[in-house]
Design a protein around this ligand. Sequence first.
Ligand code: MN
Ligand code: MN
Length: 467
Amino acid sequence: MTEAEKLKENLFRKTKTGWEGLQENVKNSIFTFCDNYIEFLNKSKTEREIVKSVKEIIEEKGFKNICEYSNLKPGDKVYYINREKSMYLAIIGKNSIENGINIIGAHADSPRLDLKPNPLYEDSGLAYLKTHYYGGVKKYQWTTIPLSMHGVIVKSNGEKQEINIGEDKEDPIFTITDLLPHLAAEQMERKLKEGIKGEELNLLVGSIPYNGESISDAVKLNILKILNDKYGIKEIDFVSSEIELVPAFCARTMGLDRSMVAGYGQDDKVCVYTSVRALLNTENPQTTAVCIISDKEEIGSMGNTGMESHVFDTFISELLNRLGINRPNLLDQVFCNSKMLSADVDAAYDPIYASAYEKNNSGFLGRGVGINKYTGARGKSGASDANAEFVAQVRGIFEKNDIKYEVAELGKIDIGGGGTIAYILANKGVDVIDCGVPVLSMHAPYEVTSKFDIYETYRAYEAFWEN
Ligand code: MN
Ligand code: MN
């Protein structure tokens, strides 16, 4: 190497792909980890299913519902489930909790189509369910793909029916039709964002009239009869239901080199999975390790299962009560001494749409875990913007553990923007930075991630808690 080359090697930040020079055994570990991740994705497509899957995994490893503990001591593993849709996990550390906790927080909800409260209607001999999209979606992406139905219907007497149709090979699936190109001249003139309108996202669910009788709405009647036979429900019961339509296809290994994962809902189930797996490796941490699996992030974190609710504060207060140290203002003090990785996905640089990104500050597939000092839009508006001192601490942990990381800013200035749950915890006094997996086609029915980044994110979360 020339002197200039040496100097460059020494002074420039590294931008190499993580795959380069990777040892075969590490590559195998990455692939095995991602096989398990794919399996997890395929049985947990909604926030309720995520909570159920995670509960199963962690109970096997000795986590217990917080209600089962009257006193807590270092090493104890607890969880709390909030209305079946969000959950908090903790491992009590050796250090006093007064000195703060280490939080990693992801969200389990993903963009999708929800059924409206009065969804069922018949038109021209076809039965449809009306939907209301949830989160930021490009609506045209949700037509002409197989969709499955997940959720619950609760009758007024409290009886609950779980619905899961379209995942089993024997199940029917559903789809939303689109106009054939031959007749779409007018539709094709619409702007892309109106290519398919919200009120056109109607799910086709039936076409056989009840008993062939010539009464009105006989196809709708037949659908209700089927639902009544199977679940004992009537049309009015949809009013108290939460039914989500999600892609019926499976998450899969992607690429000839098998380097990527394609699947629905990787925003933000990839961070849920990597953080839960990292927590399971954490035994007797110095600092109390806390994992958040939040709900409603995609629609602004509102509601009593969203991060804006005070249920998380209550959970931490319950830890303080059971440690026998609670007193006025202690909760605020704990938060002010705490650190957090807001575990959410980043927009990966997409060379096909290069003009949306600023190359120097974009996350690239295969370069490791993405860190995002600030989110927001138009001059960082709405961002919590992590302190340089805290970014340095997090970097330090990654560098000490040889974890590949990269900066992953969300696109060019003034071209758009977005947010995560970071600011909510920052408002409580916690030091927070966004830190997660770069994703291509974010919020589409099929999102793409790099297996290297998934594994590196898992290692990053583990290092943060072990530190
Ligand atoms: Mn997200
Ligand atoms: Mn999102």
